[in-house]
Design a protein around this ligand. Structure first.
Ligand code: PLP
Length: 454
């Protein structure tokens, strides 16, 4: 199908898109999105879709929240830009910092702002290097991450990411990092292995990796509480407790990348609460502003802050920061967005609607294409497989998922396929009726996909 309109033509002629097959885009043209309303978005032709992925896992409050528009406009009119370098600040950055310290677990007492999740993880890497230089242990610089994990795409954060398309042809990883096994029992547990035994094996692997590298060289372990962009992979029970114990044993910092899970996604304010994680560093973005403005935040313990602060005094400065760090419009929008999440109890709604979503999806358990249905709260995935009993993946992997992704549009649904896993992560404002409608559209697409896969 060729889509012809002036925006599409301009775009095709001039725009190199991220995460896009450029030649396919040239051939087919982009889908031009025009407006949003609650959980719905409409394209230029007026076709309406349920945004089952909340944009990029991020629009908590829906696509037309006027309070965020007003917060941005007011701040634009008052002080559209100011920085937070060299002993300057402004109201929105200071108030949001205070709010985040109040909201996140008590032991996290300071925040550093960036514009994106990738920049935040890049900054985490640099702050930890800075910290360990400050503490007189310059060799403690290596990271442990997971295959299948996603932490961004900059040179350093992209190195932590454990997905092949983020490394291949980009000459990554470019920093010292070891990737350990994906915590996903469906594909990676051995036959007959209990969840507990699988979790123990994964923790043992992390310990062995630390010992192999030398604990004096390993700085930190980074993980999403549940892996999002890598396929919505829920870790086995007890995983985080075991991983945490290994990190403590070897003085390895634990970083919870809550860029997707932060602000209610799993039915609690943070997935660290859901999974019982006590991170040294927590990374937040996306739902912090519902992505109405680019913003990310790095939360850290007092111990980390104190060492960094001392070193900044020794050197005369902390030589790191972006022009947009703590941007007044972004932080003003963040404050208002968090106020809405709290006032409307969207965390409670995520917990309640999450139950509806998971039980509606469970109705497809016997479908011939459905291997696993997984998720927590308002994030879920349905794993499509070629053979249910042997858990055999499609060959080539991703072809069936790509068909599903395209066909879902015809049923008024936008989801994400991660290879052959179909991911859901709708806005937190979704109602029960809308969850059921979203899953009904999923069901129609699944029937079309069955015909395609056979
Ligand atoms: N960390 C996680 C867990 C993410 O899901 C993402 C983006 O999807 C990032 C980091 C990178 O964020 P950004 O795309 O804002 O750079």
């Amino acid at each position: 199908m060729t889509r012809q309109n002036s925006t599409a033509e301009l775009d095709k002629a001039a725009h190199l898109h991220p995460y896009t097959n450029a030649r396919k885009l040239e051939a087919v043209g982009p889908r031009v999105m025009a407006e949003g309303d609650g959980i719905f978005v409409r394209d230029e032709q007026g076709n309406e879709y349920i945004e089952g992925l909340a944009g990029l896992w991020s629009v908590a409050v829906g696509f037309n929240q006027k309070r965020l528009v007003d917060a941005a406009a007011e701040q634009m009119a008052k002080l559209p830009y100011y920085h937070v370098f060299a002993q300057k600040t402004h109201g929105p950055a200071a108030r949001l910092a205070d709010k985040l310290v109040e909201l996140t677990p008590e032991h996290l007492t300071k925040v550093f702002f960036t514009n994106s999740g990738s920049e935040a993880n890049d900054t985490v890497i640099k702050l930890i290097w800075f910290l360990n230089n400050a503490l007189g242990r310059p060799e403690k610089k290596k990271f442990i991450a997971r295959t299948g994990g996603y932490h961004g795409i900059t040179v350093a954060s992209g190195s932590l990411t454990g997905l092949p398309w983020n490394h291949a042809s980009f000459d990554l990883p470019a920093i010292p990092v070891r990737h350990v096994t994906t915590p996903h029992a469906y594909f990676f547990a051995e036959e007959g292995e209990s969840e507990e035994a699988f979790a123990q094996r994964l923790a043992d692997e992390i310990e062995a990796t630390i010992l192999e590298e030398g604990p004096e060289t390993v700085a930190a372990f980074i993980g999403e509480p549940l892996i999002g962009a890598g396929g919505v992979l829920v870790p086995p029970a007890g995983y985080w407790q075991k991983v945490q114990a290994v990190c403590h044993k070897y003085d390895v910092l634990l970083i919870a990348d809550e860029v997707i899970t932060g602000f209610g996604r799993t039915g609690k304010m943070f997935a660290s609460d859901t999974f019982g994680i006590t991170p040294d560093i927590m990374v937040l973005s996306k739902q912090i502003t519902s992505s109405y403005q680019p913003l990310a935040a790095i939360m850290m313990t007092d111990a980390i802050y104190q060492a960094i602060a001392d070193h900044s005094e020794r050197l005369g400065t902390l030589g790191h920061g972006f022009t947009g760090t703590g941007h007044p419009v972004a932080t003003a929008v963040g404050l208002e967005n968090i106020a809405i999440i709290e006032e409307q109890d969207l965390v409670g709604n995520a917990a309640a609607m999450g139950k509806v979503l998971q039980s509606e999806l469970a109705r497809f358990a016997d479908h011939p294409l459905v291997g696993e249905i997984r998720g927590v709260g308002l994030i879920a995935a349905v794993q499509l497989v070629a053979d249910k009993s042997s858990r055999t993946r499609f060959d080539p992997e991703g072809k069936v998922g790509a068909f599903f992704f395209e066909r879902a549009h015809d049923h008024g649904l936008i989801i994400r396929n991660i290879k052959d896993a179909i991911a859901f992560c709708p806005p937190l404002i979704i109602t029960e009726e809308q969850v059921c409608e979203m899953v009904a559209r999923f069901g129609k697409t699944l029937e079309d996909t069955l015909a395609f896969a056979e």
